[in-house]
Design a protein around this ligand. Structure first.
Ligand code: PEP
Length: 244
């Protein structure tokens, strides 16, 4: 039985004033012990968030593949762990597109996170052109195969399926398409890590809102959600936690 996980991704949003939103999110999470709730905040807020809401899982949105060194402007997994993070996102499509991150980069980052005691939400997803060309499953399973560290286990890994065309657009795949993709991801995980695959949580991400969360979360092989825009306020995020 996989517990549901609802994770927020604040992206490059939020200042210390925004942290008040976490109070209500943490309270809602405490009221629903059957659901795991997590929020990936900007690096600048990790320490303040972790200190403010110690019962909530606070994470980063990326980490460097190295533990330390001459990488001006970068942040390591050891540093975000030290600041109070318990998890990190890796391989978000915005980083794959904006920073040119490859599958090999994502694999190295996931390994660094694991090495430093963070759990990982590893993102994969196809573009609209790839879906229209009938290549969505091939693209996503290849991304996963390339990004997954060897010997990954469910106690530290979750995978988020985030179609690039659904992120921040208000568009979502059909429930059947989500279930089919999650089935394909589960099959690829079985190929890579055997029976351990059955315990890995698969999240759906892309324009999840209070209105569509219940349907998406009930789809086959969907074990939770990665939520961008609707995680920025407790008013929008708490109903998604409730749906889970
Ligand atoms: C995301 O970028 O991880 C995401 C799911 O964004 P949104 O919910 O805003 O589509």
């Amino acid at each position: 039985m996989r517990r549901k996980l609802v994770a927020g991704n604040w992206k490059m949003n939020g200042t210390r004033a925004t942290l008040a939103e976490l109070d209500a999110i943490a309270a809602a999470a405490a009221d629903r012990p059957g659901v795991d709730v997590a929020v990936a905040v900007p690096f600048t807020l990790v320490m303040a968030a972790a200190e403010r809401v110690p019962t909530l899982s606070i994470g980063a949105q990326d980490v460097h593949a190295a533990d330390a060194g001459a990488h001006t402007g970068c942040i390591s997994a050891a540093q975000v762990r030290d600041a109070g993070a318990t998890f990190t996102i890796v391989g978000h499509s915005e980083r794959r597109a904006d920073q040119g991150e490859t599958d090999a980069d994502v694999r190295a980052k996931a390994g660094a996170a694991r090495r430093n005691g963070l759990t990982v939400i590893l993102c994969v997803g196809e573009t609209l052109a790839e879906r229209d060309a009938g290549r969505a499953e091939a693209v996503v399973t290849a991304q996963l195969a390339g990004s997954l560290p060897e010997g990954a286990t469910a106690d530290w890994l979750s995978v988020a399926y985030e179609p690039v065309w659904a992120i921040g657009t208000g568009r979502t795949p059909t429930i059947a398409d989500v279930a089919a993709m999650h089935g394909a991801i589960r099959a690829e995980l079985r190929r890579s890590i055997g029976n351990e695959a059955d315990a890995v949580r698969l999240l759906y991400g892309g324009s999840v809102t209070a209105d569509n969360a219940a349907g998406l979360l009930a789809a086959g092989d969907v074990d939770g959600a990665l939520v961008g825009g609707a995680s920025l306020t407790a008013a929008k995020f708490v109903p998604i936690i409730e749906a889970a």
